[in-house]
Design a binder for this molecule. Sequence first.
Ligand code: NDP
Length: 329
Amino acid sequence: MTFRALVVEKDDEGKTSATVEMLEDDQLPDGDVTVGVDYSTVNYKDGLCIGPGGGLVRAYPHVPGIDFSGTVESSSDDRYKPGDKVVLTGWRVGEAWWGGYAQKARVKADWLVPLPAGLSTRDAMAVGTAGFTAMLAVMALEDHGLTSGTGPVLVTGAAGGVGSVATAILSNLGYEVAGVTGRPETADYLKSLGATLIVAREEINETIKRPLERETWAGCVDAVGGPMLARVLGQMKYGASVAAVGLAGGAGLPATVVPFLLRGVNLLGIDSVMRPYEDRLRVWERLAKDLPLDKLHAMIQPATLSDLPELGAAILKGGVKGRVVVDVN
Ligand code: NDP
């Protein structure tokens, strides 16, 4: 049996190339569940793995795709049987293991979750790792005391995947949402997701001049990191929290500790990759409940396997809006 996949090869000079190829079933890696993939998506990390890898890919040839949804074809694990609908995010699939940019994937049963009630396999990949992580970030802010009516919640990288989903969830939960974007043309899109205030990236992306500024934000979901995160820390209200999700603007943190010491600001680390199974179920349950499907559907840009090299390069330059859903068939 053969199936189609996006295969990344690396030549002797270290240059990578990604092409759609036919593979044989027996080329699939070891694993206890074989899934017929319906959909995958494009996250920032996928951009790295479709290209030179950013040190994430373990071996070539490689099939990227850090998440997928689909139907179990065969399973040697009692938890899954043929016909079950499943979702996978994280566990370094698509980096250290072959991922979802293929019509078939073989993985460990431990890495899968059942498709959440109320979502289709297409919805699940419209959410994808980016949306899953946005929900984790909102839940972390709630766990640290965020309640509505205490002021605006800032979302950085708002027009990207994490930012779009975070904006829609927070707005649906009754929060006032301020979205930071470097793309003014996305203002109407962000407002349609529920943002009430649009902050221009350049207003907030400069290196800090003072460790504390006016107390402005009741919470923050930060997909950008770097100088923007440093600046945001000094603008948080007393006792408020920032969920640090991403590094689209840089991995450094040119900040001072003053906001932690004088304002009791909390910096919460968010990891979606190694999250335990029970947490994953809770996150998907919340997504099915708190992310309005009409807003999710408004974020979708459809794509196929052959679109992926171009989309991978675009997401690394901050050039993808919302969520790409890849129909691998
Ligand atoms: P996207 O590219 O879809 O979104 C990132 C957004 O950040 C862009 O759309 C853009 O938004 C903004 N941005 C891009 N470059 C810059 C820059 N140089 N300075 C300031 N803002 C910039 O990516 P994702 O939403 O998929 O991922 C966002 C981040 O979260 C990535 O760093 C990713 O690695 C990380 N991530 C982390 C996870 C975890 O488990 N912790 C899981 C998933 C993602 P705009 O145009 O609106 O300004």
